[in-house]
Design a protein around this ligand. Structure first.
Ligand SMILES: [Zn+2]
Length: 110
């Protein structure tokens, strides 16, 4: 699997999660280091709260204010309009966690 197709898979996964559609657990398991499942779920939840706004029970895109969407409509909207933003948001969360882990590592080593 090349980088571009992995990125596409990641965008699809995050978009489905945000829209509340079922996600491919197998893809998550294959790409998750042992013990990191909780961290992955936290990252997905963080990104969801940044992307999804529920207004009077309707799904609105926080990134551009468009909506309301059905689950499938939001999923397609995120794929078409916000793919790179989704990757960026995930990478930000991952970087934060790596920095936090390094900090703990330094504290333990001192
Ligand atoms: Zn949008």
């Amino acid at each position: 699997m090349g980088f571009a197709s992995e990125k596409r898979e990641l965008v699809r996964l995050v978009a489905r999660y945000v829209a509340g559609l079922s996600i491919d657990r197998r893809f998550v398991e294959e790409n998750t280091p042992p013990g990191a499942e909780g961290a992955i779920t936290n990252i997905l939840e963080d990104v969801k709260s940044q992307v999804l706004e529920i207004k009077q029970g309707l799904m609105i895109c926080r990134l551009c204010g468009e909506g309301p969407f059905t689950r499938t409509g939001l999923y397609l909207h995120l794929l078409r309009r916000h793919g790179n933003e989704l990757v960026h948001l995930v990478m930000e969360r991952v970087d934060e966690r790596i920095r936090a882990a390094r900090k703990i590592g330094r504290l333990v080593a001192e």
